[in-house]
Design a protein around this ligand. Structure first.
Ligand code: 5GP
Ligand code: ZN
Length: 118
């Protein structure tokens, strides 16, 4: 397992710092965003460190993230009402935490304005 010492999401994903978890398995976990931009705003992150979605992420990790998104949507009751999945990639695109994560946003009518850090 590869971790980065100074990475906040490595610490949260591996329970060195606790958070508000909704889902977890061997490869990924999901927890509520500290600064929610919608009624449901959850982050899905791998337990291993990847800088972003194009950092040679193994297929099984991407599959686990997709499964976690589905579980989060089911748990939060937004699977049928519609939700948005976003992976800001690179500082120029608004990525502020350089550990791969997917935002799951829902629970209200989503508009362009609900893109995190846009
Ligand atoms: P980005 O801008 O990189 O796409 O998204 C990073 C997200 O992580 C932001 O929405 C921010 O609110 C959230 N975040 C940053 N630090 C923490 C933290 O320590 N705990 C939690 N739960 N969320 C965090
Ligand atoms: Zn990390």
């Amino acid at each position: 397992m590869s971790k980065k010492d100074d990475c906040i999401f490595c610490k949260i994903a591996n329970h060195e710092i606790e958070s508000d978890y909704l889902y977890e398995d061997d490869l990924v976990c999901a927890f509520r965003d500290l600064n929610p931009q919608a009624p449901v705003h959850v982050l899905v992150v791998p337990k291993d460190h990847y800088d972003n979605i194009v950092d040679d992420v193994p297929g099984e990790v991407l599959a686990a993230m997709t499964h976690a998104v589905s579980e989060v949507a089911r748990i939060c009751g937004i699977k049928d009402s519609g939700f948005r999945v976003i992976a800001n990639t690179g500082a120029a695109a608004g990525q502020t935490v350089m550990h791969l994560h997917m935002h799951v946003l829902g629970g209200s009518t989503l508009s362009e304005g609900l893109i995190p850090n846009a």
